[in-house]
Design a protein around this ligand. Structure first.
Ligand code: CU1
Length: 528
């Protein structure tokens, strides 16, 4: 091989000195290694957050207090939310981004390969900090994942640990997003214009901007809680001239775009999978890009639909109601495009397609219950009820988790070189979709009947639906172990995957030479 200083040979030379064993993973700058670590980490966190959900559902299996005391119960709801949002879903999609973006655009790696390593390795300490706060005096934050003051100004040291963990997790996702933006804008193969990028790349470009815009807002909000707690400020303390409602405004200015930080990469995955299993190109590519961008922009101007009950002026309520309803338009465009992609396609229903169609049905259902909640008059009745819990689990689980599964099954042959066990994959899908609906569909009825969220006990009238929901939750939790079996089996062996295992409209990432020419920013191109 001809010697190109700082070029391909540099990488080649490097191979001889590469650390092995655990040090390989600690020091790696390879986007595939880092992608795999993100995915494994997020699955581990998914199981930890899942166990907490099962503690919650065990307590709610029947009326009365049986499993945990109310304080522990509240700590479970808080950590379940924080872990699932920041530890499971977001890192999962950053894992997909790391694995697939360089392959999709023909880049050799992410732009900042070492920062990529750092972004990942910030996550385990943050996760340990957050979960170990259960062990300190007073226990973990018991405020719910939204960390509303004045409650959070008064809690014990577990709250400080949660704040610090949120800071670290935020830094990690900001660095990951800077890496993604830089990679997508600077390292595309010649000829790949922005409007030729696979849609997954587009969705991550938009998501990364959202992350960079709103994670610092959350960091600001929790830092203000921190200074209210320890440094004598009164941002959120009415006695000192502050206002607890201010926190809600700042938090939800982050929190609503956060919903789309979770959902938009999921849209991207589904937009890769549905065309492949329809043997057709994606319908309405340009409209997908514009719709996704519109959703992202609108997500900044609807935040107070989470706070209709704080006593805002009617004009404010009306504004936030109509602005929220506007989001249904670009979302409708996307759903229409996915359906039109399937229309008259040569469909097949392997596991990735099943999860994508499951996503399509159930995410749309979650969108409609969101539309119900967007109406101020209705929301004032349903605020802080199980209807809200049902709504956002349709968005988070059937939306984000199902599409993550769609992507994982779709790309497992690319990642491992083996086909996964299709029978087990389908079993995983059907168990998931049945138990998911058993868990969460009935929660709509609980909410409509007036059952409040974040409460460990309830009156007898809610008993039946809670029992159904809890059985569903345990079924759902156990079903996820099928996925673990599928992945381990697939890594260990199985039928060899061909270059185009789905025999259809797979994207560029399946055929691109890998690794591509060496041109990350950290080994600058040499001028000849
Ligand atoms: Cu929102």
């Amino acid at each position: 091989m001809a010697a190109i200083p700082g070029g391909a040979d540099h990488a080649h030379d490097h191979d001889h000195h590469q650390p092995t064993g655990i040090m390989r993973w600690v020091t790696t700058t390879n986007h595939k290694d880092i992608g795999s670590m993100y995915l494994w980490f997020s699955f581990a966190m998914f199981l930890v957050g899942g166990v907490m959900a099962l503690v919650i559902r065990a307590e709610l299996f029947e009326p009365g207090l049986q499993v945990v005391d109310p304080d522990r119960f509240n700590q479970m709801t808080t950590l379940h939310g924080l872990i699932m949002v920041f530890g499971a879903i977001m890192p999962a999609f950053v894992g997909f981004a790391n694995w697939m973006i360089p392959l999709m655009i023909g880049a050799s790696d992410m732009a900042f390969a070492r920062m990529n390593n750092w972004s990942f390795w910030l996550l385990p300490p943050a996760a340990i900090l957050l979960t170990s706060s259960l062990l300190v005096p007073g226990g973990a934050a018991a405020s719910g994942w939204t960390l509303y003051p004045p409650l959070t100004v008064q809690m014990g040291i577990g709250m400080d640990m949660a704040i610090f963990a949120v800071h670290i997790l935020g830094i990690s996702s900001i660095m990951g997003s800077i890496n993604i933006v830089t990679t997508l804008l600077n390292m595309r193969a010649p000829g790949m214009t922005l409007m030729k990028m696979p849609l997954f790349c587009w969705t991550w470009l938009i998501t990364a901007y959202l992350v960079i815009a709103v994670m610092p807002v959350l960091a600001g909000a929790v830092t203000m809680i921190l200074t209210d707690r320890h440094f004598g400020t009164s941002f959120f303390n009415a006695a000192g001239g502050g206002d607890p409602v201010l926190y809600q405004h700042i938090f939800w200015f982050f929190g609503h775009p956060e919903v789309y930080i979770i959902a938009i990469p999921a849209f991207g995955v589904v937009s890769q999978v549905i065309p492949a299993f329809s043997r057709k190109p994606l319908f309405g590519y340009a409209s997908m890009v514009y719709a996704t961008s519109s959703i992202a922009i609108l997500s900044f101007i609807v935040w107070a639909h989470h706070m209709y009950t704080v006593g805002m002026p009617v004009a404010g309520q009306l504004y936030f109601m109509f602005a929220t309803m506007l989001i249904a338009i670009p979302t409708g465009v996307k759903v229409f495009n996915w359906v039109a992609t399937m229309w008259r396609g040569s469909l097949s229903f392997e596991t990735p397609m099943l999860f994508s169609i499951g996503f399509l049905f159930l995410f749309t259902l979650g969108g409609f219950s969101g539309l119900v909640l967007s109406m101020t008059a209705v929301d004032i009745q349903l605020h802080d009820s199980y209807y809200v819990v049902a709504h956002f689990h349709y968005v988070m689980v059937a939306g984000a988790l199902f599409s993550a599964y769609a992507g994982a099954y779709y790309w497992l042959p690319k990642w491992t070189g083996h086909m996964y066990d299709e029978k087990l994959g389908k079993l995983h899908f059907w168990l998931s979709i049945v138990f998911f609906n058993m868990t969460f569909f009935v929660q709509h009825f609980l909410g409509l009947a007036g059952m409040p969220r974040r409460i460990p006990d309830y009156s007898l009238q809610f008993a039946e639906f809670n029992m159904i929901s809890s059985i569903g939750a345990f079924g759902f939790g156990l079903s996820q172990l099928v996925f673990l079996v599928v992945v381990l089996k697939c890594i260990k062996g199985g039928e060899k995957a061909s270059a185009k295992p789905w025999d259809g409209a797979e994207g560029l990432e399946w055929t691109v030479p890998s690794p591509a020419p060496h041109h990350t920013f950290e080994t600058p191109p040499v001028f000849k």
